[in-house]
Every structure is written in structure tokens, then in C-alpha cells.
Design a protein around this ligand. Structure first.
Ligand code: MN
Length: 324
């Protein structure tokens, strides 16, 4: 799992919070993501399945894509598709992914890069591995997170942020046993590069076998921990978690987790995506690629898409190499 790596001994340390000063968040639930296939066939885990919208707010949906080793000729992508009313955050850990949207955004993201797309009022989008990876095959592993937009920003013009892995803020835990990559928002005063309408914190933590991670966490945010790889425990209650499981934490000003001393051979560390955000607390109507406040707004989005008002596929478009 390359993402971005660094020697934790040389990085700024995040001091372990005193639970007396910043109450430790309890673990409310641990759920297992069901496996599914996206678009024309890349394997995904639906990370938030079975978790109430109120516990996820401001997050809507998350897929862990792969980890998969593609044979030559096998990689799949999505066809052109619309979005409205939210932001997609695509974080590539291994492999390469190309993006293009009808608003002029697009590019290639690889090992540790993030593509941040504010769909806002609406656009058309395609995401797929590049042609040379289709020819050669290879490893692919990433995450796509959907962050909701509040009513006031749902019709914001589309926006695109291309974040390179080296731009993430790199930190170490108090004991040096965990590498922390701050992709968006801030952790202990260290800001990552991603900018959102709704304040969030997104951190990829690599926890060494046997290491324990204790972090301050904004008390106004929710707190989710999704296990990308490895085995460990969450909370001071040390509830077991493994790859493909999501822990939802309750209220408090700090959280803890730990990596088991022994890890699977193919997954030497506990890899965790930590997510927190300011809840929007508005009605959520989610239908396919649209996330709005009311059913009428969903119907309007479908009508606007069919009428071409969410944009048109650019003339200089990325060739579509899926199975259609
Ligand atoms: Mn998309």
C-alpha cells in the first residue's frame, strides 16, 4: 500500500489527549461493508451500508474500490454519469485513475493523490483507469467519499481540486507508531489541503503492529473510522475491527484505536480512514447520483439531466473503454 509514506521519527507529533480534559468517544457501532460491483465491474465495499444517515451526516456514501490485482485487459471504469448536490472525494492509494467532467475538470490521480469534485448545481463525470493500465493490468485500490452540501450551496457552480499526495500534511502519533496523512480539514492544528463547504477532517492513518493511536477530535464533528486493511481495535473498550468494517464513535473530544500485534502477511499495518464533519442536519433525499433536500428536487435533477442542463459530454472526451 504505497499512498504517501514518510519516516514518522522526523514528523511533527500529535500529543495524546488527556481523557480527563477531552472525553474519549465511545464506540456506538461496528458494521461490515457488503461487497458489490460499481459501474461496469470494479469491485467495491459499500462502507456506510446499514448506518443511519444521522450518524453519517455530513457524509453520504463511501466506496472502498479494490484492493484488486487486474489482469491485462481487465480494468473497468464508469460510463459518463451525472451528479448534483454534493462533493465527491476520490483518494487513490495504489494504481492510477483518470477523471474528466463536463465542466473542464479532470486529470490523472495516482498513489496518494486526491481528486476533489464539487458537483454543486450539476455536471457529467467519467472515471476509469488509463488505457495503458488496461493493457498492462496491475494493482488498484482507492476510496470514493461523498460529502453532502448544505441547501445553501447545492447549486454552487462546479469546482475541482487536484490534490497531490505530497501536499497532504504528514504527522506522527505521540509514540511514533502511526503515520497520519491529513488530506482535508485539520488535526491538532495541522491543516490538510482539501477545502470543503462543510467543515470536515479526513485522515489516512497507518498504524504499526501493536501501536496505539490516541487523537484529539473536534467535539462538534462526528467521528467514523473505516478499516482499509489489517486488524485492530477501536475505542478504549477495544472492540475488534478488521478490513471492511466501519466504527461509528459517539460524542467526545478524543478517540483511540490500536493495531493488533500480529497482522495478515499481505496487510502488514492497520490502515484506517478517519472521517469527521460538521453535521448539516437538513433532510437528505439521495437517489442514485443526486443528493438533494426534497423529492421534488430529485425529480427536477432527473429532468434537468435528461434535458442536457447538467452539461454535455465534451468533444475532447476521454475514450470510454468499459464493457458497453
Ligand atoms: Mn462520478
Amino acid at each position: 500500500m504505497p499512498a504517501i509514506t514518510a519516516d514518522t521519527l522526523t514528523l511533527p507529533r500529535v500529543a495524546a489527549p488527556d481523557p480527563a480534559a477531552a472525553a474519549r468517544r465511545p464506540v456506538l457501532s461496528v458494521t461490515t461493508a457488503p461487497s458489490d460491483y460499481e459501474g461496469e465491474g470494479f469491485p467495491v465495499r459499500r462502507a456506510f451500508a446499514g448506518v443511519p444517515v444521522s450518524a453519517l451526516d455530513p457524509f453520504i456514501h463511501m466506496d472502498q474500490m479494490g484492493e484488486v490485482e487486474y489482469a491485462p485487459g481487465e480494468p473497468k471504469g464508469t460510463p459518463w454519469h451525472p451528479h448534483r448536490g454534493f462533493e465527491t472525494v476520490t483518494y487513490i492509494i495504489d494504481g492510477i485513475f483518470d477523471h474528466q467532467d463536463s465542466n473542464g475538470g479532470g486529470g490523472t490521480i495516482t498513489n496518494g493523490d486526491t481528486q476533489w469534485m464539487t458537483a454543486g448545481a450539476g455536471l457529467l463525470h467519467i472515471e476509469k483507469p488509463p488505457e495503458h493500465l488496461v493493457v498492462s493490468g496491475g494493482l488498484f485500490h482507492g476510496v470514493q467519499l461523498w460529502v453532502n452540501l448544505p441547501r445553501a450551496h447545492k447549486f454552487h457552480p462546479p469546482r475541482y481540486q487536484d490534490i497531490r499526495g505530497r501536499q497532504t500534511a504528514l504527522l506522527a502519533s505521540a509514540d511514533g507508531g502511526t503515520l497520519l496523512r491529513v488530506i482535508a480539514g485539520e488535526l491538532d492544528g495541522h491543516a490538510g489541503p482539501g477545502v470543503t463547504f462543510t467543515p470536515i477532517t479526513m485522515v489516512h492513518a497507518t498504524v504499526s503492529p501493536g501501536a496505539r493511536l490516541e487523537l484529539p477530535w473536534n467535539p462538534a464533528f462526528n467521528a467514523l473510522a473505516y478499516v482499509l486493511a489489517g486488524h485492530g481495535t477501536v475505542g478504549d473498550e477495544r472492540r475488534p475491527v478488521r478490513k471492511g468494517q466501519l466504527a461509528v464513535f459517539g460524542q467526545g473530544g478524543s478517540l483511540s484505536l490500536a493495531a493488533d500485534p500480529s497482522q495478515p502477511q499481505a496487510e502488514p499495518n492497520l490502515e484506517v480512514l478517519l472521517l469527521g464533519g460538521q453535521p448539516i442536519r437538513e433532510p437528505v433525499v439521495h437517489y442514485g447520483p443526486f443528493v438533494m433536500n426534497t423529492r421534488a428536487e430529485i425529480l427536477q435533477a432527473m429532468e434537468d439531466y435528461q434535458a442536457g442542463r447538467l452539461g454535455v459530454v465534451p468533444a475532447e472526451r476521454m475514450p470510454h473503454t468499459g464493457g458497453e
